[in-house]
Ligand binder design. Structure first.
Ligand code: FAD
Length: 512
């Protein structure tokens, strides 16, 4: 049966750029629009330039990528094998709160609520009374990470065996290529070429077509700008404007270099604070991804590269590459018939691996608000409103990591501790310091356990807490925590090493 199609339905969607954002946009759009159940006659065309290439970083993700892959029908083992991926349980932070400080932000919580009140508050109460192990002991992801163990969560009923989530580390180039195959299988068309000109309709202000260096002209009804930091259409043509957040997130540069695989295969990213920024370490099957994010106002490129190379635990593969960025958000990601997704929509440093998550959320939002050829401004307004809420919530969560520092050893950290932060974040911090309560502004973003990990990791202790916590008698409460801790410890002790699980899955995926 042929689906009924609006006479104004899109005929061609043109995606400008074939980095992670471009192909993450192309695959679900092609699945929806070109597939057998989609609107007949709508093409999805992606234009990418071999000459320009992609940013080539972006290898750590959040658990939402699993659902994204699943919706595309991607087989997890096949994906793992073809993108040289490893599993990720969270991020280990070193030297952030103070030199020598170490904590883990894992995917999952610290145990179920106790009589309707947060498990953290009950833990805090007992901790104050003395004799309580660290909060991380009740995070299954943290316990697994410490022992380098991994199996995917299992079971439907709430239990320690599914009280954690997982994401992946993968090779960014391989993932884009993987998605290109998925997208083209669903009917997306790929064009290689460099865009040199854009035609705009003088009456509507809509983009009509792009022109490539070889003279080809590509018309479209809707243009998705995935051109990365160049923001070719959204800024170059639509002049959407940019909110610069550098004063609150002063890092503006990165050095990136891969190194040879060495040591145990960690199921987590490592983020180590440095004198003017932080380094990442991302374990893949075939290599380790390394980088140093820093502020050029507080250190030089040479010093940053040297600090990166000094910290490697195996031989670098090539020379560090410098990447510049400005932290902030496009004032409007959707203007007329142009929608920006990926780095063209804004940049937030990769401290919590949020960029790819922001991409997949933007793609979901676009599909939800899919326009016809008129691209009604109300759809754009709704898209922009939701994008702003999400970007600002992520921004504030990242700022939190810097703002809470007790480091005073360098000018950079003194700046971060003293810098003004958005009023809403200042209120969230004050609420926690005063009462131990966590306020979450974006219910689809980082939730209470994530905020607790950062507060607790930095050594922030509330001065008072939930008065109802005392309703639960102390002795059974201690028994509850002890039983849960033991159950988690026993379960994790029986799990295979992460390296063995990856090898098993990769072999299975290669055979499919
Ligand atoms: P790009 O990869 O730059 O792709 C742009 C595309 O547009 C390319 O195909 C290019 O050829 C094309 N293009 C541009 N101009 C033209 C033209 N004129 N004609 C034709 N084509 C054109 N994100 C995470 O989620 N996790 C991380 O761990 C992470 N780490 C990062 C580390 C650093 C240092 C940086 C800077 C970013 C990191 N990110 C991370 C962000 C992540 O890299 C990006 O969100 C992701 O790669 C998407 O990039 P993109 O597709 O928007 O842009």
């Amino acid at each position: 049966m042929t689906a009924a199609v609006s006479p104004r339905a899109l005929r061609r969607v043109v995606i400008v750029g074939g980095g992670t954002a471009g192909w993450m946009t192309a695959a679900p759009l092609a699945q929806l629009l070109c597939g057998p159940t989609g609107a007949p006659g709508c093409e999805v065309v992606l234009v990418e330039s071999d000459q320009i290439g992609t940013i080539g970083v972006g290898e750590a993700t959040l658990p939402t990528l699993r659902q994204f892959n699943q919706a595309l029908g991607v087989d997890e083992a096949h994906f793992l094998s073809h993108t040289k991926a490893t599993f990720k349980l969270g991020i280990e932070f070193k030297d952030w709160g103070h030199l020598g400080n170490r904590f883990f932000h894992g995917f999952g919580d610290f145990g179920p609520p106790i009589e309707g009140r947060s498990a953290y508050i009950q833990w805090l109460r007992l901790h104050r009374a003395g004799g309580m192990p660290p909060l991380e002991s009740w995070s299954v992801a943290s316990v697994m990470a410490r022992q380098h163990r991994f199996v995917p969560p299992s079971g439907d009923r709430p239990s320690p065996s599914n009280a954690y989530g997982h994401a992946y580390h993968f090779d960014a180039g391989l993932y884009a290529a993987y998605l290109r195959d998925v997208a083209t299988r669903h009917g997306a068309q790929r064009m290689e070429g460099t865009i040199v000109d854009v035609e705009v309709d003088g009456t509507t202000g809509f983009v009509q077509a792009i022109r490539l260096a070889d003279g080809r002209r590509v018309e479209g009804d809707l243009f998705i700008d995935c051109s990365g930091l160049r923001a070719l259409l959204i800024e170059g043509v639509m002049k959407a404007g940019f909110d610069d957040w550098s004063a609150m997130l002063p890092c503006n540069s990165a050095q990136a270099v891969p190194s040879e695989r060495a040591g145990p295969l960690l199921p987590f990213t490592v983020s180590a604070a440095k004198s003017a920024g932080w380094t990442w370490r991302i374990p893949l099957q075939h290599r380790t991804g390394n980088g140093h994010v820093y502020s050029s106002g507080f250190t030089s490129d040479d010093a940053a590269a040297a600090a990166l190379l000094d910290g490697l635990d195996s031989a670098a593969i090539g020379e560090p590459r410098t990447i510049r960025f400005t932290t902030g958000m496009r004032r409007k990601s959707w203007v007329r018939n142009v929608v920006a997704i990926g780095l063209s929509a804004g940049f937030l440093e990769p401290l919590e691996s949020t960029s790819i998550h922001l991409i997949l959320d933007a793609v979901g939002r676009l599909i939800h608000l899919l326009p016809d050829r008129d691209c009604q401004p109300a759809l754009a307004a709704e898209f922009n409103r939701k994008t702003a809420i999400q970007f600002e919530a992520v921004r504030d969560f990242i700022i939190l990591h810097y703002k809470l520092t007790q480091r005073t050893d360098t000018e950079f950290w003194r700046y971060c501790a003293a810098m003004p932060v958005p009023p809403a974040l200042a209120e969230q911090i004050e609420l926690f310091r005063a009462t131990g309560r966590v306020s979450v502004r974006d219910p689809d973003g980082f939730l209470e356990p994530s905020w607790l990990s950062i507060y607790e990791g930095h050594g922030v202790w509330p001065t008072s807490f939930d008065p109802l916590a005392h309703r639960v008698p102390e002795a059974p409460l201690r028994q509850h925590f002890a039983r849960l801790q033991q159950a988690i410890a026993q379960m994790v002790a029986s799990m295979p090493q992460h390296a063995d699980t990856v090898a098993h899955w990769a072999a299975a995926g290669a055979a499919r």
